[in-house]
Design a protein around this ligand. Sequence first.
Ligand SMILES: *Cc1c(COP(=O)(O)O)cnc(C)c1O
Length: 376
Amino acid sequence: MEKEPLLMLPGPVPMPERVRYAMMRQAINHRSAEFGAVYADCVRVLKTVFGTNNDLFVISGSGTAGMEAAVANFGRDKEIACLVNGKFGERLFKISQRYGKAHEIGSPWGTPLDLAALETQLEAGAGIVTLVHNETSAGIKNPAQEVGRLARKYDALFVMDGITSIGGDLVEADKWDVDVAIVGSQKCLAAPAGLAAISVSPRAWDRLVKNPPYYLDLAAYRKSAAGKPMETPYTPAVPLFLALQEACLIVEEEGIANRIARHQKMARAMRAAANAWGLSLFPHLDAKHEYSTTVTAFSYPEGIKDDEMRAAVKKLGIIIAGGQDHLKGKIFRIGSMGAVSAPEILATLAATQYALKKLGYAVKGDGVQAAAEVLG
Ligand SMILES: *Cc1c(COP(=O)(O)O)cnc(C)c1O
């Protein structure tokens, strides 16, 4: 029997049946009350998971389109301070280089950010700060609230990639002074890939650049969203919007507090397994810094080959992620985001434990048991 593998990646993630079925409908007119209601449902729920009362739009395009929209609408020709401690921080820096004068404030991947260096950059006149809240490439959560406080102190805009935190971890965009926040559909929201949502504060609107991009012109999004019915400027990816609506309704039914608690528990179970195995997590963090709530990065022990390990896990029907760029072969990552819960976590950890042992790593103890104790 051919069975679909279980995707335990940091996106895309398995989608609930309701979400998948929503994409099977006949085409609908996107200039209609029917579409307006779909978009309005998405925006209502997304504002709660962003923790914002600001304007919020859904863009047809993956998370990176949301990142580019943020930088292109607010950062063109500006001094941009980019905090980087992983692949996605680097991506925001590269996008910023295309549009403005970008300054990288880099730390090795998976290590805490240098906020003193950020402050220096802000003192020197940076008008906008970019941060990846949950750095998916390294399994570290960055201190968004502190960065927001610093940005506000120097009257800079704060752009936050919340692509793998929003919808799974606590995000309070307004309380944290986030001016522009971004999420992607295929991560914690458990919707199909291809949509991004972006929130925009009044402070950010006041600083809209004079030469915005065309397709990602957020003022055009604002104008269309203010219409009755609510619309997008150009034809949206309607089937994806229908699926996102369903995914958002599922988030609303679960309740965001319950959803965050579920994600936190899964992450604790992952770390309990690592600890029981005697396996190091990739980031080495003291009590002042935080591991990711939605993806866990494990360091490979000496001698375990990435391709062999992930092939052994895949043979059991489960797909986990390796490392990106220079971390390829050095780490593996397990996503625990979206609609998954104890059964998927336990199966994944059992397969991982099996593969580690099979490839010759002497696990210290039973990681599956340790995880079950957290989850049970
Ligand atoms: C996945 C991801 C992105 C990029 O999203 P795409 O949907 O692949 O464009 C950006 N930032 C973070 C933190 C991510 O995990």
